[in-house]
Design a protein around this ligand. Structure first.
Ligand SMILES: [Fe+2]
Length: 306
């Protein structure tokens, strides 16, 4: 982590970003975008999300899945479901266009994953420890595999009054050096999949190409993804890690601001805030300028040294 975890994107960087913003993300920074740069849903749609959709929640979040053009997490779909689907789809498309300009190297060949709406207040949420966003973690999802593709997440605070409060702390390389042993991933596993596992992943991909994306989400895994999940769980399980005095920096994202970060690399926690939109993309590892700072690069280097 650099001294300053926040990179406020400047006017000249909107004009001609080059690869500067991509490098900044790979250096572990959070990019911050002022309101007005990204067109948001209109006021009626925002009010609908904030005031009506929370009541229809059946899962932790509401998700729109662009590959299958469907939503999950809503109790009864009908007209409300159709409206949520449209709003999230349009938000995702706008974010994709916005980042296509700002992060051109990342967006070529990337994979748009899901668009979430988070209607619940993060602070004091009663939730299982491994699902709790209030605890510092790096992202490693319980189902589905990245195979080293990098989760890039783009957030917008659509609460008109309340800031969304985060804490960010060490990046993955530092976490691994300090806690890889405790997390059970030092020395690291062989990252390349065995043949049987690769065949399984291949057949899931074939099914998802037939428009059955749920299967890809549920069944896939890899040695890399399991190692990341162990670090994620260890961090959330360790009170000593979470409560160490001085760990990390608090950031406040004011209403209608957007921000984006490589969440496999930068440890983060959402401490408070309600009503956020989140778009998730997987960036190809080959698109990275500083692969040695990616979790895959850190684990691979540790494997070579072992
Ligand atoms: Fe996260």
């Amino acid at each position: 982590m650099t001294d300053q975890p926040l990179h406020r994107v400047r006017a000249d960087e909107y004009e001609s970003p080059g690869d500067r913003l991509e490098r900044s993300l790979e250096e572990g920074q959070v990019l911050l975008f002022e309101p007005g740069r990204l067109p948001l849903p209109n006021e009626q749609d925002l009010a609908f999300l904030r005031d009506e959709v929370g009541r229809l929640l059946s899962l932790k979040n509401i998700s729109y899945h662009p590959h299958g053009d469907f939503i999950s997490g809503l109790k009864n779909e009908g007209d409300a479901g159709e409206r949520v689907r449209r709003i999230l789809r349009e938000y995702g498309e706008r974010v994709e266009g916005f980042l296509g300009h700002l992060l051109p190297g990342f967006t070529s060949g990337w994979s748009p994953r899901k668009i979430n709406f988070r209607p619940v207040q993060e602070k004091g949420r009663v939730i299982k420890r491994h699902s709790n966003n209030e605890l510092l973690h790096v992202d490693a999802f319980p189902a589905g595999a990245t195979h080293g593709w990098r989760p890039l997440r783009f957030f917008t605070n659509i609460n008109p009054e309340e800031a969304r409060i985060w804490r960010v702390a060490e990046e993955f390389g530092e976490l691994y050096r300090q806690f890889g042993g405790a997390a059970g991933i030092a020395p690291p596993p062989r990252l390349r999949q065995g043949l049987a596992e690769r065949a399984w992943t291949g057949s899931l991909r074939a099914l998802s190409a037939l428009n059955l994306p749920q299967l890809e989400v549920v069944g896939d895994t890899s040695p890399y993804d399991r190692a990341m999940r162990r670090m994620h769980n260890w961090m959330k399980d360790s009170d000593e890690f979470q409560n160490a005095p001085g760990r990390g920096t608090e950031l406040a994202f004011d209403p209608y601001h957007s921000w984006c970060v490589l969440t496999d690399q930068v440890s983060h926690a959402a401490l408070a805030g309600q009503h956020a939109l989140v778009a998730t993309f997987y960036v190809r590892p080959e698109a990275c300028h500083l692969p040695e700072r990616s979790p895959w690069g850190v684990l691979e280097a540790a494997g070579r040294a072992a």
